[in-house]
Design a protein around this ligand. Sequence first.
Ligand code: HEM
Length: 500
Amino acid sequence: MWWTIILYTSLLYVFYRFINYWIIKPWQVQRDFWNQGIPGRYTPIVGDILRQRRAYLADKPFSYVEEASAEFGDYYHTSFGPLPCLNISDPALIESVLKTNSQFYHKSELARAIASTVLGYENIVLAEDENHTRHRRLVNPIFQHQNTISMISSMVDIVTTFLKKWENETNDKTYPLILDVSKEMSNLTLDIITGCVFGIETMKNKYIHDKIYQSVKIAIEEIEKRIYNMIIIIPILNQLPLLGKRRIAKCKHDIKTIALQMIDQRRQGLTRANCKGPDLLDLLLAAHGEDKEQKFTDEEVSAEAITFVLAGHETTATLMTWTLHDLVTNPDVYQQCQNEIDSVMSENTELTATTLSLLTYTEAVLKETLRYHQPAPVLLRTAIADNTIVASDGKRIRIRKGTDIIMNLNILNSSEKYWHEPNRFNPSRFLERYPDVLFSFGIGPRICIGQNFAMLESKIMMAILLRRFRFELVPGQKLVMGTAGTIRPKYGLSMRVWPR
Ligand code: HEM
């Protein structure tokens, strides 16, 4: 008798949890938004997933967001599966979530599910509250100006070595190389970030190099698959040890084992940095707060080092890929950028902080690409407490605990309200001032910690690439933006590359 009661009560509870998660809670949040006069739409259970999937399969991945923004404006509610969301592209709202009200928000479950599969939770990207403050306090000094500047010569070495392959294959100047520059930039930026984290000499060890390469690539591929087939958001299913999850776990294990070995070797003095100053591993090992006892453990150093590799690799590769695309499709801008690089650099000019500081137009080209082809187009948060955010038009929006916020930076970056001629690729707009509505690196306490590093390495790559090669688009190719975290072209980007 008692067992029957317990069984039925448990089943009833599970049923209630199920209905609450899939129907009641999403409906309550949507109703609350409607009552506040926020436009939007609600499709029970699936939400916008099918729309997104259709757009993705039609190779127009952002069309559904563009259509929704055109229909509803800069803020509207939808749902992603059962998760209730507020979509925003209004700069004041984005600033409220990321900066002024940041204490009420955590990384969203979706972002955590994606990042934690490889990174785990003990790292700067996923740490929250005081734990995040501690990570940030320890990591901030690592990316100080003098540290990144001392890595210039290493970055130049890595780029030069990488381009030897291209040079060897383009000896005959009558034929160009046909390259998928998206893949090339992905490999090049992985070389740079792993070289700056673990040391160039260490990365010359073929076993270590290939192991890290394969693990990073396979892990990213598998995560992309889990995002596209939605497994990552379906409770229980996302916990099952399916093949993809097991492959990611193996990559995570392999990278961590290598990272811990390298930390051990560095501590014993068996390896050393090849930069003019310390590399990122040295800096992580030496990082400490005001109280010298407050240091990272080896496990944390390893997690942070892997975080730098993953956070700094695809993002920068995407920036470089689209910069080359935007240059070849805007010949006047290309010419002006080329002229600047040629005037600053002769064949034997050493790239230093001073030479790089002269490349102001090149820097503007990179910033305009960040606007025009925002590498990470969407930022995600979940409200951990009820709070109110305020839009540019003065509208106050009450956010219920548990609501997801989807920040569509690409919609903001192409809005006529905030940008003059947004559909024109015009780097000159960045020569005057840095507009305060460009959030390509985020804003607030979680702003990208590697942004100066990213700009520095991108400028170096631009200077060397354009000095040595001329790029042309291969006509007739299908160019589609990716959607798995960054907009790296889904089918690659083919270019003819001529030696100069
Ligand atoms: C063009 C290149 C890059 C872009 C567009 C970019 C973009 C971003 C954005 C938008 C965020 C904030 C995410 C959020 O608020 O949810 C972020 C955070 C972060 N980025 Fe980058 N990033 C780039 C390069 C790098 C590089 C090179 C590194 C490391 C070497 C790096 C390390 C990080 C880390 C560790 C965080 C987390 C910071 C925190 O939560 O406190 N990023 N990045």
